[in-house]
Each structure stands twice: as C-alpha cells, then as structure tokens.
Design a binder for this molecule. Structure first.
Ligand SMILES: [Zn+2]
Length: 162
C-alpha cells in the first residue's frame, strides 16, 4: 500500500488516552500538525524488541524516515515515567522543528484529557501493534485488531479504558 492511500484514511484523535494507547502499541504511525495543516509531520513510533519500555521515533522526510530519538515510557502502576530525548545517533538536529515538534507534542499531551483544538493528532487505519491494515469497522474505530488488543504492550494499564 502506498503512503498516499494511507493518507486518505486518516482518523483524528480527540482524547489523550486514546492517542497514548495508539502511539504505544508498538508499530504506530501518526501525523500531527499544530495550527498549520500545510506543515504536518508524520512519525513512526516503533517499540524496541530488546527493551519493551523503549520506543524509537522516526519522522517522515523527503528522503524516507529519519531517526529522531527515543521515547521511554515505563509504567509502575499507578505511576509512569515518560521521557523523549535525542541520542548520539539521531539524524535530526536539536534545533530542527521535526525534533522540537515531537518533544513539544509529547510533553503537552500529558496532564490533559482532551487534545486541544489547535492540535491535530491523526492516525491511520492500521493496527498500532502489528501495523497491518484494519478492515473490520470495530477495529478501525479502535485502531487495533482483537488479537493484537490482547498483546498491546500496555494492555494491562489500559484495561477497561475502551
Ligand atoms: Zn494487529
């Protein structure tokens, strides 16, 4: 499937819990824009196979996806720690909007329940855990297939939320 086809299937997220659940599925693809739809940014959020609380953030550029940094999200119920930072391997400089936008976005999601109107958080009709195309209306609505819902990295934490 082409990226253009995917882009015609964007779904806007309105609450923070849903956005965080989707983004931490393991193979999430999201697009964000703040005020200016012309300047949307698309990120892949892929869970590390070695360390399950680590996610690698890549941003779509004209020459493919580039590594931005690491998101560490560890849950110690009922608490969690969440950090996003660049590493020496980052391909996007600290001064670059594509780094700053994600940092701002992630920091601003928390402490709110509703995503502000000025910010669009869009996801695709693909499963956040395995990345495959969703076809069942229920799965499309949730952003995850029924089998993957059970193996979502934070299935335990989000139990009953949806
Ligand atoms: Zn899946």
């Amino acid at each position: 499937m082409t990226e253009n086809m995917l882009e015609s299937m964007l779904i806007k997220l309105s609450d923070v819990t849903t956005a965080v659940y989707y983004m931490l599925g393991g193979k999430a693809l999201i697009t964000i824009n703040h005020h200016n739809p012309e300047k949307h940014l698309t990120y892949r959020v892929v869970q590390s196979k070695k360390d399950l609380s680590t996610y690698f953030i890549r941003v779509k550029t004209k020459s493919g996806y580039k590594y931005v940094g690491v998101l560490e999200h560890a849950v110690y119920k009922p608490f969690y720690t969440s950090l996003f930072y660049r590493t020496p391997k980052s391909e996007i400089p600290e001064t670059d909007l594509r780094y700053k936008a994600f940092r701002w976005f992630w920091a601003n999601l928390f402490g709110k329940s509703i995503i502000p109107d000025s910010l669009d958080v869009l996801r695709y009709r693909i499963c956040c855990v395995c990345g495959s195309l969703l076809t069942h209306p229920k799965s499309i609505k949730k952003g995850i297939g029924p089998v993957c819902a059970k193996r979502h990295p934070l299935a335990d934490v989000f139990k009953g939320a949806f």
